[in-house]
Write a protein that binds this ligand. Sequence first.
Ligand code: PRP
Length: 204
Amino acid sequence: MLTVALPKGRIAKDTLTIFEQIFGQEFKFDDRKLILETPNFKFLLVRNQDVATYVYHQAADIGVVGLDTLEEQGLDVIRLLDLRHGVCKVSIGMKKGEKIDYSKPDLKVATKMVNITKKYFHDKAVAVEIIKLYGSIELAPLVGLADMIVDIVETGATMKQNGLEVVEDIMESSTYLIANKNSFFEKKSEILDIYEKINKVRSE
Ligand code: PRP
């Protein structure tokens, strides 16, 4: 029996579709239920930011989560496989036409991805003030809260419609199949079996 943590929304749906393809049966959560039990799997429906937490603490053996979230959280889990869903970038955005002025002593960056942002500018040896936000990040440069933002860009529509544009890309992201380290030893054959089956479906 494997416990699988899935993030609510499209990624859970996509992942369950992959399992349906593999096993030729329907995997569907009832209405508001957060657990789906089948003879071989127990699926948990959790918030995107909580997937790695469930897996890290072994409340789930495996899970599916975006690389951006994994990098931001830095929890020690095994990254088994790039599922190549939910492809996006983590990028720096500024008001259209602006460029980062590295000579400015007090650059302000608004983001919900504080750790990724800190590491990026630290590696460049640029001191910035990071302003933590929880959403609607694109607003920050428009009202003078920050000089730039670090945010997820998928289609680019949100930045464009708010008069921003990408000035630098920090990383590419997509969803990954992850595993708990102990589970990977205790249930190695089960995990490798599902890994191989997903890998096969994914590359078809
Ligand atoms: C993300 C991100 C951007 C938007 C980018 O927000 O923060 O606002 O998607 O997508 P686009 O390039 O296709 O326009 P999300 O929908 O995850 O909501 P959140 O900000 O509330 O987390």
